[in-house]
Design a protein around this ligand. Structure first.
Ligand SMILES: Cc1cc2nc3c(=O)[nH]c(=O)nc-3n(C[C@H](O)[C@H](O)[C@H](O)COP(=O)(O)OP(=O)(O)OC[C@H]3O[C@@H](n4cnc5c(N)ncnc54)[C@H](O)[C@@H]3O)c2cc1C
Length: 223
């Protein structure tokens, strides 16, 4: 193998990345673009990890990540390089309460409450934080349901500080603006896979079947 531009005295750099989710693939593509030999090892029979789009009659159904939150530049740049399109998600949010769907300014409410978390004070759970706040029961339940649903977290265990920091990060990327990848999020995964392979990167899937026997596909993956 010809030494890569990043080769040191010890020989050409060869990086193995464990996990072919979007992070592993994005890292592999960056390395491949810099001329560094890269191998991605994935323990499932598909790449993408928590990104997994099912396509049915031309409709994309997201089993994992669905939204492009805010205006994250690296993500939007990747979507643009992949020549994919996005569709804005309507800003209206609704909650189902007392048998009715009603418009709720959920982002504003959540943001207003979570901004009250003082990260200079000792940390506590979201439940303990809410217990110390003057809030009506409806708002309390909204925050709890949001943290449970959106963060997939137990409100008696998730750190209030961590949730406040996540809120701060969200504010930096205009988190209240949401869009979807029209072609499905997995189209981005497929783009990364194509680009890595085009630069000589290796993508290997290996797994144990139900009997514990190993399987391996060192070739173009089924996405
Ligand atoms: C239901 C759901 C909805 C979501 N909605 C959104 C959303 O709307 N917007 C958004 O931005 N984010 C969303 N997310 C979060 C987003 O999907 C993840 O942040 C992102 O996909 C994580 O990518 P990752 O590559 O870091 O990790 P993962 O996607 O978890 O990838 C890790 C990969 O590593 C593999 N792996 C693990 N261990 C090994 C090992 N030992 N050897 C080999 N391979 C291994 C796994 O099989 C997996 O493929 C959602 C997540 C879920 C589950």
């Amino acid at each position: 193998m010809a030494p890569s531009p990043k080769a040191g005295k010890a020989g050409p750099a060869n990086v193995v990345i464990i996990g072919g989710g979007i992070s592993g693939l994005a890292a592999a593509l960056e390395l491949a673009r810099s001329g560094i030999s890269t191998t991605v090892l994935e323990a499932k029979k598909r790449f993408g990890g928590r990104i997994h789009t099912l396509r049915h009659n031309g409709i994309s159904i997201e089993l994992g990540a669905e939204f492009v939150h805010g205006r994250s530049k690296p993500l939007l740049d990747a979507i643009q390089s992949a020549e994919l399109s996005t569709q804005a998600v309507p800003e209206t949010n609704r909650t189902f309460e007392n048998g009715k769907l009603q418009d709720t300014k959920i982002w504003e409410i959540i943001s207003e409450v979570l901004r009250r978390v003082d990260i200079h004070k000792p940390d506590c759970s979201i439940d303990d934080f809410l217990a110390g706040q003057l809030l009506d029961e409806h708002t309390r339940a909204l925050v709890r349901n949001f943290v449970t649903g959106f963060d997939a977290a137990h409100t008696d265990r998730i750190s209030a500080h961590a949730r406040r920091r996540a809120e701060y990060s969200g504010e930096q990327i205009s988190m209240d603006q949401q869009s979807r990848v029209t072609e499905g999020y997995s189209a981005l995964v497929e783009y990364f896979v194509r680009e890595i392979e085009a630069r000589g990167g290796r993508l290997i899937m290996f797994w144990l079947d139900e009997a514990g026997a190993p399987g391996c596909i060192p070739a173009a993956p089924q996405l």
